[in-house]
Ligand binder design. Structure first.
Ligand SMILES: Cc1cc2nc3c(=O)[nH]c(=O)nc-3n(C[C@H](O)[C@H](O)[C@H](O)COP(=O)(O)OP(=O)(O)OC[C@H]3O[C@@H](n4cnc5c(N)ncnc54)[C@H](O)[C@@H]3O)c2cc1C
Length: 356
């Protein structure tokens, strides 16, 4: 609330710093009455902007600095007195410690991914946690995605805000010159989202029906493809945007392939990849791989006592997906019969498995 109030004061009542294109000059003007104040001078000195000169108001990068106190990250001078004031409440030491530990672990994981030259995809959770996850992931992208997309954020297209979120983050990546990685999903927590919204009396954040979610998915993916094509056409590195189409939905996978063709993005460009869960929809994953697309299987990994509850939760949340197993079984049966009849029991597919 305090942050929003500050932003409203600075922007003159509406919008935010990005939409108003506020620059350091505007900020100096805002504090012109108390420009001699030592704290104000220090605050203005540390201010950074993106490559278009738009203000980067809060030191968000501080949140992934393992040696930085979260409570110190968001402090601004009062425009009348110059006294520094907190935009977030003081966090108890125990919580500060837990937050730092979490950041240290995330840094270790991402650094290891960088060393091994693999990508790391951060999952999306319920909307009441997601802003924090997304913010940390974006900061990790800014820090690590300087030469290629290593860190990927996840965007749930069942959310009414999905398109807006993706385009805002794409803009941020463009302005701050880092590689953007996104995993696009429909979203796994629709029942919890709706139940919580109804119980607490706030508007349902999810799309009204499945068709609206599909439309959101396809619109968001199209926007990413369009931007990749722009990068390609302007001679920039097309890999500045990397997308995983994480879906078991045949129409969505077909849509992605057709749009890639229509817009002019080739599988060899290695900017789009596909992902399905291990043991699910192999009839989608395998042909994609054989046709030269980067296709991945997601493998839940960990101690049995942790993985089994995870899988049973996924099964509960994705009852719809389980219906596809019926189709898969029919296809597997037909394939076994075909191989028996043709006398070719074993088959090694040849694909082009260079990752995106
Ligand atoms: C590789 C991979 C990674 C994933 N990572 C994440 C993640 O990080 N976070 C996450 O939340 N999920 C994640 N998922 C799960 C994903 O969000 C979906 O729940 C799951 O893939 C089913 O959707 P689908 O696109 O495969 O297609 P389908 O099986 O065709 O989609 C059916 C699902 O759409 C859902 N749906 C969406 N919108 C609506 C609506 N408005 N009304 C009714 N139903 C609706 C239903 O819940 C139903 O289960 C991941 C999936 C994969 C394959």
């Amino acid at each position: 609330m305090r942050a929003r109030q500050y932003m409203l004061e600075l922007c003159g009542g509406a919008g935010n710093v990005l939409t108003h294109h506020k620059t350091i000059k505007d900020l100096e003007q805002y504090y012109s009455g108390i420009s001699d104040n030592k704290d104000v001078k220090e605050f203005l000195k540390n201010m950074t902007t993106d490559k278009e000169g738009i203000l980067h108001l809060f030191p968000w990068s501080g949140i992934i600095n393992e040696n930085f106190e979260l409570s110190d990250s968001f402090r601004v001078p009062d425009p009348h007195t110059g006294q520094m004031r907190r935009l977030i409440s003081q966090i108890p030491p125990k919580e500060e410690e837990m937050f730092r530990n979490m950041i240290r672990r995330v840094n270790t994981i991402v650094k290891t991914a960088e060393e091994l030259d693999v990508r790391i995809m951060i999952d999306a959770e319920q909307t009441y946690f997601q802003p924090a996850i997304s913010r940390i992931t974006l900061e990790m992208m800014r820090k690590y995605n300087t030469k290629k997309a290593i860190v990927f954020n996840t965007y749930q297209c069942y959310l009414k805000d999905a398109f807006q979120e993706v385009t805002t983050d794409l803009e941020q990546a463009k302005r701050q010159n880092f590689y953007f990685g996104a995993k696009l999903v429909r979203g796994a927590y629709i029942e919890q989202e709706r139940a919580r919204a109804a119980a607490l009396g706030y508007p349902d954040p999810t799309n009204p029906n499945f068709e609206a979610t599909t439309e959101m998915y396809h619109k968001t993916l199209t926007e990413c493809l369009r931007r990749i094509k722009n990068l390609k056409d302007s001679g920039e590195d097309a890999k500045k945007i990397g997308i995983m189409v994480a879906s078991h939905n045949e129409d969505t996978v077909r849509f992605a392939i057709e749009k890639m063709k229509e817009i002019g993005i080739l599988p060899e460009d290695k900017v789009i990849c596909f992902g399905q869960l291990l043991g699910m929809c192999d009839y989608i994953t395998f042909p994609l791989g054989q046709a030269g697309y980067s296709a991945y299987k997601y493998i839940p990994y960990g101690p049995v006592k942790e993985v089994l509850p995870y899988l049973s939760r996924r099964a509960q949340e994705n009852k719809g997906v389980l219906k596809k197993i019926k189709k898969e079984k029919q296809l597997l049966r037909a394939e076994i019969v075909r191989r028996l009849l043709s006398g070719k029991l074993f088959y090694t597919p040849k694909g082009n498995y260079v990752p995106i």
